[in-house]
Structure formats: structure tokens, C-alpha cells
Design a protein around this ligand. Structure first.
Ligand code: MOS
Length: 744
């Protein structure tokens, strides 16, 4: 085990001959030629596969009265109908997670009530439509509270169905706010959102000799293995989870979902492998989503722009034992200011489970805070970039003894303003025009924590001098294969093309997995540890002092000798495995990533239609391991930011208690035609506190603040301040400035 408890010193990664280069994805050709197989496409891994079709509850709360499956069972090809009455023992999760299979109680709409298993997908689907299910309905709560003007729960105040879940104070906010010469107070709203990843949840489950094997779409192989072992009451070592390729996740695939559990239940019952994919309309209500939020921001400042009082309060919704969306977390750390208050409440809702979606907390939180900062800048008559620069802090505002490890937000802001041409922005909203289009620019700061977690990997020097990397790390479309290959190539001095990377299998060493933008830094750091061990083993074999050994061009050189790596391996490959673990550097120092986002938008003066013209994100996220894959992550996140700002909204039927627009026709996400020119600049300041890689997360950073930059650009274009996301034209239509001359 390699314990990382002191800042990294110089190491072979600093050479950056391979790491840091904009290498194309080594798995790219497999994907573009259809050879990379996803969970549902593993047709030949095990014979006799059957098909399971999931049936979701048609009510949001209540009980199943009866399920009549006779007609379904009589259908040719149908093998079995799994319901709560015959599924067999499964230890249900609890802890805020609804049961994977309902019965008799229904906890939310489209909770699974049955899985029809058949010889073909079509027979399973036909069987599903033949089920007769009757319910007793019960009333539920489906909407966040509507709070009258002036009414907001005090930080620790409990109300019926509204629980205080988190609050923090520094100094005396109320007194400082009352005394501040310039103040703003506003409320904002964000919508329920769906991850909408390309590949829906899908699993093939197979039991043999009491052991369960799953080919499944998951971000976290280790978590899936642990959860399944717990659910089925077997040893972890009796569960194997295989996920070499995953088609996106954004948090939707952190925890296992009904596809995995019901496929495993059904496979146990019918004694054959069962494959299950959730249809797209099932994903939105059967699995998880990001909760909508209500947010209240109060900012008080001196006339020179220095913040003296910052309060950010929020409300999100979830099932009673679920977790809240921590929308105020960034507000604890983004700006200086002596008097601070942050608080979250959770409204108990009977909607499907709310859970993590990309940048949980910061993504919706910055959509409020960073519009509030724009509103404050206007109240101060100050440039919004300058306001943020003036309130930079180099240490945790709640604990001045605790510095940021690296923080270059000011450089992000200055670089972005210059590169974007921020000085062209009109300081008077609604005054720039291009034909029928009102033009505006907006900006926002971005913040997201960097999380360090242990991660293990194995590396093998093969007989031909090539390297094989094995770890259960996933690549969910992010570039994990590529950056791991780069790390091994750099550490052992082997060409990139001579490194094979095998991922996503619980038989491999346990990695950090993909989530929370922690994957890249931690997974490569775990491999770094394994590579250090392999280097030591090689030096030991050669009786060569490690300090003198140079690994380059497929050979090791030192102590007056040069030995080809291929010559070292006799009968058996040389294998090294290790794990990175962390000390308290993330406690003594705040580790985070920073961005400045700039947007130019056009709003049609007649219709209020929005067209984005340009976007720029300047990111400070430690060493960038691969500027090409990192850029792809950031523009993907920026695109998600466009969605949450302008179109994404799971609409609630507040009577029946479900998300109405549960497919990609009704739940709109940005398509290429919605995207403007997107540019990304990386500052590339290595962070010696984060790991030996000196990298930090970047995937989620690209989303943090983008929505607010868009909102601020729309305001600058039109003079209309929208505070309810998504920002749609109906919010603007009535209020567009009368710029057009009256008709003839
Ligand atoms: Mo991300 S929401 O941690 O996959």
C-alpha cells in the first residue's frame, strides 16, 4: 500500500512525455466500429439467455391489490412472471432506497411490480401488456412547498414534511446583512432533472453453483458487487460484476438499479441467464433523478464590492430516508466574507428517489449563487468579473488556518475575460442588437470539490515487453482506458501502443470507480502505486539502485547497464499490484477545482427564442492528464449546463405523482443544433496535495456555473431577469423590450 500523506515531490509523471499529451482514446476505434460491447450486447458470454421485461407501478402510492398473470403465462414463449409473491428471498435495502421490487406496498410511480421472462424480447413485452394489476391508491406529496413572500424556514426549523438537514454559520449573518450598504435578496428555482445518459440501465445475470455473474452497466463495479452480495445474502467473492464498457452514467449508475436486481432474481428463479434493459420511458420514474430545488440567496457588500454577509438556503425533495441535494455546499468555500449562513431543508416527497446527478450540489447551487452575484454586481455598479476577483479567498472562509492546496480562480477569471472579449459587453442590458436578435454576454464562476479515495491496480510486464493494466475501474465514456495507458507508459518507459488496459471486472483490483469527478486522479494514482512497485521489482532483479534507474524506450538503464524490459521476463510475466491510500492532506488543505464560464447569447426580440453563440470555460483542475479527453469531458458538461439552463425539466403531475415527460421526446436535452462554439482553456497548475499524479477532477467542473452564465447572458441581452430554470421563452415573451418600431 502506498500512503499518500505528504505533498508529492518530483516523480516520473512530471516528465510528461506521455501523460499530459492530447492522446486520442485508445478504445475509440472499438467504439466507432461497434466492437466495444455494452452489457446488453454480451450475447455470447453465456448460452440460453432469456429476456426480462420490467413492468412499473401505475400508481405513485398505495398497495397492489392483485396481479393476475394467467394470460401472460399462457402466452407462447413466456417462461415466468416474477412478482413480489414469488421472487424469493431478497434482503431489501432500506436507508432511503425504495425496494427494487414493489409489493404489496407501492413506494413510487413506475417502481417495478413485475418482470416478465420469456424466450424473446417481444414475447416478454407482449406478456407484460397482458398483466392485470389492480391497486388501492393512497394520497401522496409530490410538490416542493410553495412559500409565501417573506416565509422561509429558519436554518434549524422543522415543519410538517420539511426537515432541516444541514446548516452552518460563521460570524453573525443577520447583523452584517442588516448593516451592509448594498444588499440583494432573491429566490431561485431549479427543476427535477434526469441523467439521460445514452445507454439505459441494462444487465445480464447468470447463476452457476451458487455464484452470481452480472454483465451490467455500472459506474462502480465494487459497489455493485457489494450491494448484490448483501441483497442475495451471499459472499462478495460469490458475485462477479463485469462492465468493460458503459454508455454514460452521470450518477445514474453509481448504485445498482432494478435491472440488475430483477435480472438476478429472475435468473435464480428460472435457472437460466436473464437479460434486462430498462426502456427509456422506464428510466425516469423507475430509477433516480436530481431533485428540483428552491433556493434563497442573500448577499450584503460594502460599496467597494467586498462581501460582508453571505446566506444561501435551499430546499430539495426526496423520499423520507433519502438524502438532500447539497445545493449550498460551494457557498461555504467560493468567496471570502466574514458572516455566513448556509442551510438545507429536505421536503418529504413521494416521487421516485432523488439521488446523485453530475456535480450533486454544486450544479444547481451555482445556478442560484452565481446569478445572485450578477445581481449584486449590478446593484454595486461593478463589473461582475471584478466583483468575483475582489472576493477571492485563498483559505477556507470558515477556517483561515486551512488554505486551499491550489486555487487559481482569479487567473481563470482574468484569462477568460481577456480571451472571450469581455470588454465588448455592454454594461446596459438590452442595448446590443444584431437584426432581430438581442445580444448579451454573461459569466459565472465555477467550483467543485476534489475528492481523494483509495484505488488499486495491477500491472504486468509480459514476455514480449508489453504491459497489461488491470483494475475494476470503469470507463463510462470518459477516457479511463487512455489515461491509465498513459500513466503506465510514462512510468515504465514503454510506448503507449504496447500497453493493454483491461477494466470493469470485479476479479481485478478494487478501484475508486467513476463518480464525483474522482475517477481520473485516484484511478491513475492507484496505478502509479502499482507501477512504482513494478519498477522496484525490476531494479531488485537487476541489482540496480532504484535512484539510478531510468525507464525509457522499452528498456531500463542505470549503473552502466541497459536491459530491454522484454529480456527480463523468463517463464512468467512479472506482476505488481498496489493501492494508493490517502492521509489527511484533504483535511489540512481544501482541495477543489475552479472555473470561469463565459457565454454570449442571442435572444430573438420578437419571440424570445434563445440561441447561444459562444461559450468559453477556463478551468483550474490540477494537472490535466490528457487535454483531449479532459476537453471532451468539459464540453460535455457545458452541454449539460445548457440543458439545465434552457430546457431540461422533469415535469411533475402533482395529482398523480409522477414525471410526465418520461422519454427523450418530452424530456429535452441539447442536440448539436443547440450548441454554439465551445472553447475550453486549461490552466494546468499541478496540485502536489492531490496525489502523485498532481491531477484533480475536471468532469463535473465543466457543469458548475454554466447555467448561471447563460442566465446572466440572457439578462444582459434583454434586461429580463429569470430566476426559474429552465429559462424558457414564455418567461420572457411579455417582458421583451419594445425595440421594434410599430408596424405600418
Ligand atoms: Mo457522479 S453524480 O458522482 O457520477
Amino acid at each position: 500500500m502506498m500512503k499518500f500523506d505528504r505533498p508529492a515531490e518530483r516523480n516520473p509523471i512530471d516528465d510528461q512525455t506521455v501523460v499530459g499529451q492530447p492522446t486520442s482514446r485508445i478504445d475509440g476505434a472499438l467504439k466507432t466500429t461497434g466492437q466495444a460491447r455494452y452489457a446488453y450486447e454480451q450475447h455470447d458470454v453465456v448460452p440460453d439467455q432469456t429476456y426480462g421485461y420490467l413492468v412499473g407501478a401505475g400508481i405513485a402510492r398505495g398497495r397492489i391489490r392483485a396481479i393476475d398473470s394467467r394470460a401472460a403465462r399462457d402466452l407462447p414463449g413466456v417462461i415466468e412472471v416474477i412478482t413480489w409473491e414469488n421472487a424469493g428471498d431478497v434482503t431489501y435495502p432500506g436507508g432511503g432506497t425504495p425496494d427494487y421490487l414493489a409489493g404489496p406496498e407501492i413506494q413510487h410511480y413506475h417502481q417495478a411490480v413485475a418482470l416478465v421472462v420469456a424466450e424473446s424480447f417481444e414475447a416478454a413485452r407482449d406478456g407484460a401488456f397482458l398483466l392485470e394489476i389492480s391497486y388501492d391508491r393512497a394520497p401522496g406529496r409530490y410538490a416542493l412547498p410553495s412559500l409565501a413572500e417573506g416565509d422561509w424556514p429558519a436554518p434549524d426549523e422543522a415543519r410538517e414534511g420539511l426537515e432541516p438537514v444541514d446548516s452552518d454559520t460563521v460570524g453573525d449573518f443577520e447583523a452584517a446583512f442588516a448593516a451592509a450598504p448594498v444588499r440583494i435578496e432573491q429566490r431561485y428555482q431549479t427543476s427535477h432533472e434526469s441523467h439521460a445518459m445514452m445507454e439505459p440501465h441494462a444487465t445480464i445475470a447468470h447463476w452457476a453453483d451458487g455464484r452470481l455473474t452480472l454483465w451490467t452497466a455500472t459506474q462502480m463495479v465494487g459497489w455493485a458487487q457489494r450491494s448484490l452480495a448483501r441483497l442475495f445474502g451471499i459472499e462478495k467473492s460469490d458475485v462477479r460484476v463485469i462492465a468493460p464498457y458503459v454508455g454514460g452514467g452521470f450518477g445514474a449508475k453509481l448504485a445498482i438499479q432494478s435491472d440488475a436486481v430483477l435480472a438476478a432474481m429472475a435468473a435464480r428463479k428460472v435457472g437460466r441467464p436473464v437479460k434486462v434493459a430498462l426502456t427509456r420511458p422506464m428510466v425516469m420514474n423507475n430509477t433516480t433523478h436530481r431533485s428540483a430545488t428552491l433556493q434563497r440567496v442573500r448577499l450584503g457588500a460594502e460599496r467597494d464590492g467586498r462581501l460582508t454577509a453571505i446566506a444561501h438556503q435551499g430546499i430539495s425533495g426526496n423520499l423520507a430516508e433519502g438524502r438532500h441535494e447539497p445545493a449550498v455546499s460551494q457557498t461555504k468555500l467560493l468567496y471570502a466574507g466574514a458572516n455566513r449562513l448556509t442551510a438545507m431543508h429536505m421536503a418529504i416527497l413521494d416521487l421516485p428517489k432523488a439521488s446523485d446527478m453530475r456535480a450533486p450540489g454544486e450544479a444547481p447551487g451555482l445556478m442560484a449563487l452565481e446569478v445572485a452575484m450578477d445581481e449584486l454586481a449590478e446593484a454595486l455598479g461593478m463589473d461582475p468579473v471584478e466583483l468575483r476577483i475582489r472576493n477571492d479567498t485563498q483559505s477556507d472562509p470558515a477556517d483561515p488556518e486551512r488554505p486551499f492546496s491550489e486555487r487559481h480562480l482569479v487567473e481563470c477569471l482574468r484569462t477568460g475575460a481577456e480571451r472571450f472579449g469581455w470588454s465588448e459587453r455592454s454594461t446596459t442590458p438590452g442595448t446590443r442588437r444584431d437584426g432581430d436578435w438581442l445580444l448579451g454576454m454573461g459569466m459565472a464562476a465555477g467550483y467543485r470539490d476534489n475528492l481523494v479515495r483509495q484505488s488499486a491496480a495491477r500491472i504486468r510486464l509480459e514476455q514480449d515487453g508489453s504491459l497489461t493494466v488491470e483494475t475494476d475501474m470503469t470507463d463510462i465514456g470518459t477516457g479511463s482506458y487512455t489515461i491509465l495507458a498513459q500513466t503506465a507508459a510514462e512510468m515504465l518507459g514503454v510506448p503507449l501502443g504496447r500497453v493493454a488496459v483491461r477494466l470493469g471486472d470485479s476479479d481485478f483490483p478494487l478501484s475508486v470507480g467513476s463518480g464525483g469527478q474522482w475517477g481520473a486522479n485516484n484511478a491513475t494514482a492507484g496505478l502509479y502505486a502499482a507501477c512504482v512497485r513494478l519498477r522496484a521489482m525490476i531494479c531488485e532483479m537487476l541489482q540496480m539502485p532504484e535512484a539510478e534507474a531510468q525507464f525509457a524506450d522499452g528498456a531500463v538503464t542505470g549503473a552502466g547497464r541497459r536491459v530491454e524490459l522484454a529480456e527480463l521476463v523468463r517463464d512468467e510475466a512479472i506482476s505488481a499490484e498496489d493501492r494508493i491510500e490517502y492521509g489527511d492532506l484533504d483535511e489540512t488543505h481544501q482541495q477543489a477545482t475552479f472555473a470561469a464560464h463565459f457565454v454570449e447569447a442571442a435572444v430573438n426580440a420578437w419571440t424570445g427564442e434563445v440561441r447561444l453563440r459562444r461559450m468559453l470555460s477556463v478551468c483550474d483542475a490540477g494537472r490535466i492528464l490528457n487535454p483531449k479527453t479532459a476537453r471532451s469531458q468539459v464540453i460535455g458538461s457545458m452541454t449539460m449546463g445548457i440543458g439545465s439552463a434552457l430546457m431540461e425539466e422533469l415535469a411533475v403531475d402533482a395529482g398523480a405523482g409522477f414525471f410526465v415527460n418520461h422519454d427523450l421526446a418530452g424530456y429535452e436535452v441539447p442536440v448539436h443544433a443547440d450548441l454554439p462554439e465551445q472553447e475550453v482553456i486549461f490552466l494546468d497548475h499541478p496540485d502536489a496535495f492531490s496525489s502523485p499524479m498532481k491531477a484533480k477532477g475536471v468532469g463535473e467542473l465543466g457543469l458548475c456555473g454554466v447555467g448561471a452564465a447563460i442566465a446572466n447572458a440572457l439578462y444582459n441581452a434583454t434586461g429580463i431577469r429569470l430566476r426559474e430554470y429552465p429559462l424558457t421563452l414564455d418567461g420572457m415573451l411579455e417582458r421583451l423590450p419594445p425595440l421594434a418600431p410599430p408596424g405600418p
